[in-house]
Ligand binder design. Structure first.
Ligand code: NDP
Length: 252
């Protein structure tokens, strides 16, 4: 298997994602917005899921103005979403498109950096809800439509602290570590009986709102923009990564 190194150097054909249906969570900003736009540029119909409709509309407009396939906007606050709303999401995708080829679990909440000695249970619950429960419930609900795809790809967007804990990153790091484990579990479960591949991807330090909050002293100009990371996602969503599953990958 020829995996590009680093993954964000991947160069893809213009039609890489033609006729593919790809759902990106947190598609209104940062890495999610860049990935959604790149997927559309490569021919995909993108389902833009997020909580701030104005931001999703901006991404929608950018995609349409560029002449790429018209995306769909799906407003959903992952902090509040109940189990039946994930089922409803899957039912609507099935009705509209008949299948799902890509599921990018990108939306996440940083919460705030704090020592473990500091009990912030409310923050813990919120971060785990958005970063772990939401991708778990969404994946579960979407499995039947992912199985309708000839070659489906699920990506859990991770972080270096999800692979090795670091002081003060408590709930966020734990949520990402759990997603890594969930990715391995699912990859193992579906490897031999479906066309679904499942991987985790650490984008690495990227110039976004979340990064600015996590590292206020850092000069953002030293970091790559989200668009520079997006090719790593294209690789995992397109045919060139068929057979790659259960892997913990890095974009940079
Ligand atoms: P941003 O904060 O820029 O974007 C996060 C996205 O998630 C936003 O679109 C946000 O929506 C959405 N989101 C947050 N909470 C919810 C919610 N309750 N319901 C629906 N959507 C929600 O972060 P990044 O682009 O930096 O992060 C993208 C992914 O990359 C995350 O999984 C993050 O953990 C990971 N990552 C990022 C790194 C970096 O350096 N930037 C490094 C390592 C990992 P809204 O805009 O409406 O708030």
């Amino acid at each position: 298997m020829n995996i590009p190194t680093p993954l964000n150097t991947y160069q893809s054909p213009e039609t890489l994602l033609k006729d593919r249906i790809i759902l990106v969570t947190g598609a209104g900003d940062g890495i999610g917005a860049a990935v959604a736009k790149d997927c559309a540029a490569k021919g995909a119909t993108v389902i833009l899921l997020g909580r701030t409709v104005k931001k999703l509309e901006k991404v929608y407009d950018d995609i349409v103005q560029a002449g790429h396939p018209e995306p769909a906007i799906y407003p959903l606050d992952l902090l509040q979403a109940r189990e039946d709303q994930y089922q409803q999401l899957a039912e609507i995708i099935e009705k509209e498109f008949g299948k799902l080829d890509g599921l990018v679990h990108n939306a996440a909440l940083l919460g705030g950096l704090t020592p473990m000695a500091n009990p912030l249970i409310e923050q813990w619950v919120k971060v785990i809800q958005v970063n772990l429960h939401a991708p778990y419930l969404m994946t579960q609900a979407c499995l039947p439509i992912l199985k309708q795809s000839a070659s489906a790809s699920v990506i859990f967007v991770s972080s270096s602290v999800g692979r090795h804990g670091r002081a003060y990153w408590g709930a966020y790091a734990a949520s990402k570590a759990a997603c890594e484990n969930l990715m391995q579990t699912l990859a193992d479960e579906v490897e031999n009986n479906t066309n679904i591949r499942v991987n985790s991807l650490d984008p690495g330090a990227t110039r976004t709102a979340m990064r600015r909050i996590a590292f206020p002293g850092e000069d953002p100009n030293t970091l790559p923009k989200p668009a520079a990371i997006a090719p790593a996602f294209l690789y995992l969503l397109g045919a060139d990564s068929e057979g790659v599953t259960g892997q913990q990958l890095n974009a940079q």
